[in-house]
Design a protein around this ligand. Structure first.
Ligand SMILES: Cc1ncc(COP(=O)(O)O)c(C=O)c1O
Length: 389
């Protein structure tokens, strides 16, 4: 019997080692990993230069506290501000913690308490971020939610306009809803939302926990649309698998986060930061990011071409190396079929297969994964067609 709370429906795969895009389980079976720990291991498993940076820091010191000047925090904050165009960073340990910080900062800076978020969004599992999340299933059974969040249908300008009022501290969104099904914000919608929010004295919070750190081919996904957010949250891929979260915000917000207003014992710990510095040096390089776009295009076009005649495939979604295949039926059964063939993939929402390969995946690995996935989808499509007549 497992001594773990059954919060996860775990796969029958027990990893014993992993390198790059490949993972080996305890039975010696190898898998091509197109999940990257859910957009975390963006440079693949155990990238050598990140491992070296972590080892070097392990030899120096592990933890002091945030009462000290931590040089690595300054250095990583410089990388994040330079890449985002924002000014100041607060370090946390996870995506939910980063979003908590964003919500607290927006409320304190504006003196208002309502946050508008969107239907099918996902922002985390703490009380604040669970309340921010626009999915009922995440909240069921947990009693009254933290006030005040209002959920607006994504890409619905009229509904947004109606919700925006003088109590609104911020509008918070993912540029592409990751957990919700890879639903992209319409660029015009997001730009108009920002314009109206700013006119109304409300802040824009962009949750880049899943879309950030090069995943879509830019350091942050909001940069594809030319938005001017006040706060951006980041986590997942920021430190290649070591726990780290961050918010990056405008300098005008500094006063609201004065000494004593917010904090975290482990937030910005030196080991994670050593990993982050090495990770970001690679990912925030322009030619690396161009390759992410090219690789994303290659994978998408291989899939689009091979799957265009499969009636169960509705459309391809996503950007860069965050790719969704929307089906006319539930996507979950395809995951175990793909695993049997040696390919690890995810779902997003109910009907979408989600691919999150490492950003440095090779052309050959893209071709191998595409072949395995196409085979899996076609076989499944044949079975469903036979079953349903
Ligand atoms: C967009 C988004 N925000 C927040 C979170 C929560 O991050 P964490 O699990 O690190 O708390 C996630 C996790 O999937 C996410 O995708």
């Amino acid at each position: 019997m497992s001594n773990l709370f059954p919060t996860y429906a775990r796969w029958d795969v027990t990893p014993v080692s992993a390198k790059g895009a490949w993972l080996t389980d305890k039975n010696g079976k190898t898998y091509l990993d197109f999940t990257t720990g859910i957009s975390v291991c963006n440079l693949g498993h155990v990238p050598d230069h990140v491992k070296q940076a972590v080892n070097d820091q392990l030899e120096k010191f592990w933890h002091t506290s945030n009462l000290f000047q931590i040089e690595l925090q300054e250095e990583v904050a410089k990388q994040l501000t330079a890449a985002s165009g924002l000014d100041l960073v607060f370090f946390a340990n996870s995506g939910a913690e980063a979003n908590e910080a964003a919500i607290k900062l927006a409320r304190k800076a504006t003196g208002r308490s309502k946050i508008i978020t969107f239907v099918d969004s996902f922002h985390g599992r703490t009380f604040g971020t669970m309340a921010a999340t626009g999915q009922e299933k995440i909240k069921t059974g947990f009693g009254p939610m933290l006030e005040k969040f209002e959920y607006v249908p994504f890409n619905d300008l009229e509904a947004l306009k109606e919700a925006l009022d003088t109590e609104t501290a911020a509008v918070m969104f993912e540029v592409i809803q990751g957990e919700g099904g890879l639903n992209a914000g319409n660029p015009e919608f997001l730009r108009q939302t920002e314009e109206w929010a700013h006119k109304n004295g409300s802040l824009i919070i962009v949750d880049e926990v899943q879309t950030g750190i090069g995943r879509t081919g830019k350091p942050f996904a909001f940069q594809h649309i030319g938005l001017d957010p006040d706060i951006v949250s980041s986590a997942k891929g920021i430190a290649s698998g070591l726990p780290l979260g961050a918010i990056i915000g405008k300098k005008e917000l500094a006063e609201a986060f004065s000494p004593g207003s917010h904090g975290s014992t482990f937030g910005g710990n030196p080991i994670s930061l050593a990993a982050a510095k090495a990770t970001l040096e690679t990912i925030f390089d322009e030619s690396f990011l161009t390759q992410v776009e090219q690789k994303g295009d290659k994978l998408s076009s291989l899939l689009a071409e091979a799957l265009s005649s499969v009636p169960q495939v509705k459309r391809l979604k996503g950007k860069g190396l965050m790719i969704g295949i929307e089906l006319t039926e539930e996507a979950a059964p395809l995951l175990s079929a793909a695993r049997q063939k040696g390919l690890l993939i995810l779902t997003a929402g109910t009907n979408t297969i989600r691919l999150l390969p490492p950003l440095n995946v090779t052309e050959k690995e893209i071709e191998q994964a595409a072949a395995l996935l196409i085979e899996t989808i076609k076989e499944h499509a044949c079975e469903s067609t036979t079953k349903n007549g």
